[in-house]
Design a protein around this ligand. Structure first.
Ligand code: MRU
Length: 358
């Protein structure tokens, strides 16, 4: 993706360092940060400088590279994997990437591990870009179908599942970018996505690509759907169970309920590494991250050019801040995977991704 005419990814290798876009500063400030140590990589994931399931996975892979520079022993590898796995619990891409790196590095002698780790992390990043291109291709016909019967295609999305959440290209936004590039008249309703407001990142990146979009408060989606102003919903996913339940940013479930009531198709875009073949019933099997209450008690923004955080209530009030929810497979019209669009069922997923079935 280009920012100000310069091509960027959300994470990349820069010589023997790792570079990221610091997403805590967006949408006001586009700033690149460098990671030199395992600790910095883990902090970047924990503090959401990098966020979004595929990007968390790729950054963790690079984090293991940095760890191999510090201590490439077996004990060093295990400790680094543990540190990275503890950063965020819900996005399964983190576990997937760490396990893949461990499987590649464990059999090697310590002095061969750093070079092999760079190659494997680079491969994970490149593959992510390819998966997203495939999701774009498979999702495009869904948008074309709508465009065949009406002038403007209106998509509603929740959270950020664009290039910032992946290495490049995005998941839920990938078909939207492709449709726009191919000349379809496409407009996106962007849910604000409280409390971390990832919708602002979505609006920022869509605007950067010239895709018409409108930011709405999280509660507006049902109203828009009732009035026929949404043709389909496309969201990303942080983890999908083997039977097709979709775990995604908090609030996704309510959109799916409204979509079902209004007869609006509801799709999730899902790259292979986001499927957890060990999870069946997502409500039972997927850990939901509980985040700090300050995210709900305070809002951050910009005032007179300065970043500010302001309280919006009594600092002592009780707050609960679950970061993700589960949309049961029965509410999902289909999963746009990198191998094709499938029904959100065990059979649908295993038909295309069968080699992974436990
Ligand atoms: O908490 P975050 O910002 O890391 O949340 C992840 C997300 O960006 C979304 O839930 C997204 O829809 C899935 S990741 C493509």
């Amino acid at each position: 993706v280009k920012v100000g005419g310069v091509p960027y990814r959300s994470v990349w290798r820069e010589g023997d360092r790792v570079a990221i876009v610091d997403q805590t500063l967006l949408p006001f400030e586009f700033s690149v940060a460098r990671l030199d140590t395992l600790g910095q990589a883990a902090e970047a994931i924990r503090s959401m400088r990098v966020r979004g399931a595929p990007l968390i996975g790729a950054t963790a892979a690079y984090g293991l590279v940095l760890a191999m520079r510090e201590d490439a022993s077996d004990a060093g590898l295990s400790a680094a994997a543990r540190e990275l796995l503890a950063t965020r619990p819900t996005a399964v891409n983190l576990r997937w990437a760490v396990e893949r790196m461990r499987a590649r590095l464990s059999p090697l002698r310590a002095d061969a591990r750093e070079a092999a780790a760079w190659a494997e992390a680079d491969a994970i990043a490149e593959e992510d870009v390819d998966l997203n291109r495939a999701i774009a291709r498979h999702g495009l016909p869904l948008l074309r179908e709508v465009a065949a019967r009406k002038q403007r295609v209106n998509v509603l999305t929740h959270c950020n599942a664009g290039w910032l959440a992946a290495v490049d290209g995005g998941t839920a936004l990938a078909p939207i970018y492709l449709a726009h590039d191919q000349g379809l008249d496409i407009h996106v309703w962007v849910d604000e996505t409280r409390p971390r407001n990832q919708g602002l990142l979505t609006a920022w990146e869509l605007a950067g690509h010239g895709v018409p979009n409108t930011l709405v408060a999280d509660n507006a989606g049902g109203h828009l759907m009732q009035r026929g102003e949404v043709d389909l919903v496309i969201v990303g996913a942080d983890r999908v169970s083997a039977r097709g339940d979709v775990c995604n940013k908090i609030g996704t479930y309510l959109k799916a309920l409204a979509a079902r009531d209004c007869g609006v198709p509801f799709y999730a875009a899902v790259p292979g590494p986001t499927i957890d073949w060990n999870a069946d019933d997502a409500l039972r099997d997927i850990p939901i991250e509980q985040r700090d209450g300050t995210e709900v008690r305070e809002v951050s923004g910009r005032l007179d050019g300065r970043r500010v955080r302001v309280g919006i209530g009594d600092p002592a009030m009780a707050v609960s801040n679950p970061a993700f929810d589960v949309t049961p497979a029965r509410l999902v019209t289909g999963l746009i995977t990198d191998r094709g669009v499938v029904p959100a069922t065990a059979e649908g997923l295993s038909a295309l991704h069968g080699e992974n079935v436990a």
